[in-house]
Each structure stands twice: as C-alpha cells, then as structure tokens.
Design a protein around this ligand. Structure first.
Ligand SMILES: NC(=O)c1ccc[n+]([C@@H]2O[C@H](COP(=O)([O-])OP(=O)(O)OC[C@H]3O[C@@H](n4cnc5c(N)ncnc54)[C@H](OP(=O)(O)O)[C@@H]3O)[C@@H](O)[C@H]2O)c1
Length: 342
C-alpha cells in the first residue's frame, strides 16, 4: 500500500519535495494545495517545472481533507496554525519545513493546540529541514559515539544569495542600517525555531537546560550590492552571525551558530568559501564532522533547497508509522534516502 501524500504549496522547497515523492517507491502524490489564487486549478507538475502529473492544485483545505491523504508536506513561506490544526484533527499527519521543530517558538497556546490536535487526530506532527533539522539530527547521531559529553556545536556557514526571498532577508534585518530600532529583536524572533532545536537536542540528551541565549553580530556591506532581486546599500546589513547557546550547569552544552551572508562585499569575518556545517562534539572521544553540501555547478533558487525537502519527504514513512502527537528526530527510527538511483 502506498502512502498518500499531499504537497502543500508549490515554492522552492516544494519543487524538490514533489520530485522526491515521485522518486520514492512507497509514496503516491494524490493532491496539492496552492496558496496563490492564480495557481489553484492548475496541474501540480506544471507549477513545479515538471510535465503535467494529472494532479490538480486546489486552494480549498476541505478538498485536501476530502482526498484522505496520509500526510501533508507542509511547506508554506509562513505557517498558519489554524490550517495545521484542521489537518491534524482530520487525521492527517503533517510534516512541516516552515519553522517547526517543537512548535514552542509559535507560542505556548499555539504549541498546545497543535500537540492536542495531533493527539486528537491520532496522527503525528514533525518538523525538519536542513537547519534546523538534518544538521541537529547529524550532531545527535555523532554524539552516539561519545561518553561524558561536554558540548555539541553546530557551526553553519552559508552564502544565502541563492535563496531569493527578499521578504525573508528583510524580516531578518538585511539591507537595513545596523542601528535600526528593533532589528536585533526582529532577527531573533524570526529565528526562534533554533531555540526549539537547542531544546529538542537537550531533551534527546535527557538534560534540562538552565537557559537558552542568543547573540547576534552584524556584517555590513562595504559597497552597494545589487543581487538582481534585492539591493543592499553600502553600510547596511549584508551578513549575520547568530549564536544560540543552551547552558547546562553553567556552561555551554549546545551551540548553534548561523553565519549567513548575501554578498562577499561585506566586512571581514563573514563571507568564506564554506557552505554547510561543521559539527564539533566534545567528550570522550571528541569528533569534528564537516558536512558540506556539494551542488551542481549551476545553482538556482530551486536546487538551493533540495536538502530541506528531502529531509521531509524521506521522513514520511517513519512519521506516518509513529504514535500520535509531536514527534522529533529523537522519537523516530533512522531516516535515510528514500530512493536509490538506478
Ligand atoms: N529548516 C530549513 O532548513 C529550511 C530551509 C529552507 C526553507 N525552509 C522553510 O520552508 C518553507 C518553504 O520555503 P521556500 O523556499 O519553498 O519558500 P517560498 O518558495 O518563498 O514560498 C513557498 C510558498 O509559500 C506560499 N506563500 C507565498 N507567500 C505566502 C504567504 N504570505 N503566506 C503563506 N504562504 C505563502 C507560496 O505557495 P504557492 O506556490 O502555493 O502559491 C509559495 O510558493 C519556508 O517556511 C522556509 O522558511 C526551511
């Protein structure tokens, strides 16, 4: 029996998710939800740059529920808790890449609604992506070789200029003067899901953290930058280093560092050749893992998010089989590639 999958929205991540669902031997694509009114009624394949698939996108949530999917791959730019609750209560598993790991960063009330809805619907709710998501799972897996763990650090470095979402970067304070009121608070608020990731990792390790803190350094453009889809005036924010630190017994136990830059016309210390994650696991023994994402020479806005989509699609069988409620990677069996090249 195939697992019936609905693709929610048709953006960058979704374009990869559809390809991964089609490639997966155990999954069947039965429907698609379109957020943009002009995409409803169109073929899902065409909307993600493929030949027609015979699956028509709809903007009607009830139509999606009527398809009786086992799982929705929930990949909108901005999440809608009412929608998620409705799907879960209808008995549909939800896998989200939209800033979801535990739901705590959505606020306590919404987190409770989501957890209750999943239990009521007898289904699971899971969030993933590359980061947060796969990077945290990788770090926890490496820590499986360690005793007397002292620290896990995940250092992410990314030239994010392939991620053509001006809305996303503006929300984080990019292209704004560094003294813009509320900039640091806004950037922190938009990245709160990384606090959830720190807490998820602590829970997997069985510890209660004293505290999770955030530090933000800003890198300014050294000249005017025009990315074609976004302009960054000289002297405004062109890169950021954010570090989330989970403290246990007064010392840093879990660190997630995020260094993102939109151009190398930036102050020293921000742009590099690296793209991926360096994971340090300190204990007996210690590990250092370099996880570099190697892309095709021609990176476009779609291929730049493939790993996020794949982390979601490859988790489908495990999430559908899991017990009701919130599940994190610590609750699931090994998730690996769902399709093997012939
Ligand atoms: N955890 C990770 O590592 C990771 C990495 C990358 C992205 N993400 C997250 O994954 C999600 C999808 O990313 P993406 O790059 O695919 O995004 P995107 O292409 O910019 O947008 C995805 C889709 O969201 C819908 N949309 C557009 N404006 C919207 C709005 N104001 N409210 C609700 N929906 C809207 C559109 O759907 P239609 O096409 O149906 O009109 C759009 O195609 C985002 O939440 C992003 O933050 C996570």
């Amino acid at each position: 029996m195939s697992i019936r999958v609905v693709q929610w929205t048709t953006g960058n991540v979704a374009a990869n998710a559809v390809r991964a669902v089609l490639a997966h031997p155990d999954l069947e694509l039965v429907g698609g939800y379109a957020w943009s009114a002009d995409k409803a009624g169109r073929d899902l394949g065409e909307l993600v740059g493929l030949d027609p698939l015979g699956v028509t996108a709809t903007a009607d949530v009830d139509e999606i529920i009527g398809l009786r999917p086992d799982v929705v791959l929930y990949m909108p730019l901005f999440w809608d808790v009412d929608q998620m609750v409705k799907l879960l209560e209808a008995g549909i598993n939800v896998i989200s890449t939209a800033n979801f790991i535990t739901g705590r960063s959505y606020g306590d009330a919404d987190m409770k609604r989501l957890h209750d809805a999943a239990e009521e619907g007898g289904v699971s709710l899971y969030g993933t992506g590359i980061s947060p998501g796969l990077a945290n799972a990788l770090a926890l897996t490496v820590a499986g070789g360690v005793r007397d763990l002292e620290r896990i650090s995940i250092w992410e470095e990314a030239d994010v200029s392939v991620y053509e979402s001006e809305e996303t970067w503006n929300a984080l304070g990019f292209a704004q003067p560094p003294d813009t009121p509320g900039l640091a608070e806004g950037a922190k608020a938009r990245q709160l899901v990384f606090q959830d990731a720190v807490e998820m990792m602590a829970a997997a390790l069985g510890v209660d953290l004293d505290d999770v803190s955030h530090r933000l350094d800003l890198g300014l453009a050294t000249e005017d930058v025009d990315l074609g889809w976004m302009k960054i005036p000289k002297g405004t924010v062109c890169g950021q280093k954010g570090v989330w630190t989970g403290t246990y017994n007064g010392r840093a136990l879990i660190e997630i560092g995020l260094t993102w830059w939109l151009s190398d016309k930036i102050e020293d210390g921000f742009a590099s050749d690296a793209h991926g994650h360096v994971i340090e696991v300190v204990g007996t023994p210690s590990f250092r893992v370099v996880s570099e994402i190697l892309r095709p020479a021609m990176v476009d806005r779609v291929t730049s998010t493939a790993e996020t989509a794949h982390a979601a699609v490859n988790a489908v069988p495990a999430v559908v089989a899991a017990g009701p409620g919130l599940v994190t990677v610590a609750d699931l069996p090994l998730i690996t590639a769902g399709s093997v090249a012939r």
